[in-house]
Design a protein around this ligand. Structure first.
Ligand code: RB5
Length: 156
């Protein structure tokens, strides 16, 4: 995720719909340009479809960062991390929100609407978007993730 995030895309499944709406409002209030990739109703949907929409945008550099919400955050994390250049982190506490940026250069924040409060998710997202990537020795490790993607033949 490049420093100076301004454009954030987000999505959820039905379980994450309400929390996504809360996060979208918080993002707009903090001054980010936000695009909600759905869903727009609480009808049952499949989380991989929405993970893909956000992961493609972030992985292709068409958005600065992404946000995904499902019931536990696990399905969204597994799905999003299939895509090249995506480093999706399930932010289960503030420390993880901070270090997912400092050490992992995470570019998608994932939340579980059934495992954490909306207030906690908002606070963790604020931390996530405020922290820079530390680079240094961490660049070597993150670069190795890209090398794995290349060895697997995934398009960069
Ligand atoms: C939907 O019931 C639930 O399985 C989904 O939101 C998520 O928790 C999957 O990881």
């Amino acid at each position: 995720m490049k420093d100076g995030v301004s454009f954030v895309v987000l999505a959820s499944d039905h379980a994450g719909l309400e929390m996504k709406q809360r996060l979208r409002e918080a993002l707009a209030g903090w001054g980010y340009r936000v695009e909600d990739l759905g869903p727009g109703t609480a009808d049952s949907v499949d989380y991989p479809d929405y993970a893909e929409a956000v992961a493609l945008r972030v992985g292709r550099g068409q958005a600065d960062a992404g946000v995904l919400v499902c019931g536990t955050g696990v399905g969204m994390s597994i799905s999003a991390n299939k895509f090249p250049n995506v480093r999706a982190a399930l932010l289960y506490d503030g420390f993880t929100a901070r270090y997912s940026r400092l050490h992992n250069d995470a570019n998608i924040a994932v939340f579980g609407a059934r495992t954490m409060s909306a207030d906690d998710a908002v606070a963790r997202l604020r931390i996530f978007l405020s922290e820079p990537f530390e680079k240094g020795r961490h660049s070597r490790r993150v670069d190795k993730i890209g090398c794995i993607e290349k060895r697997l033949g995934l398009p960069g």
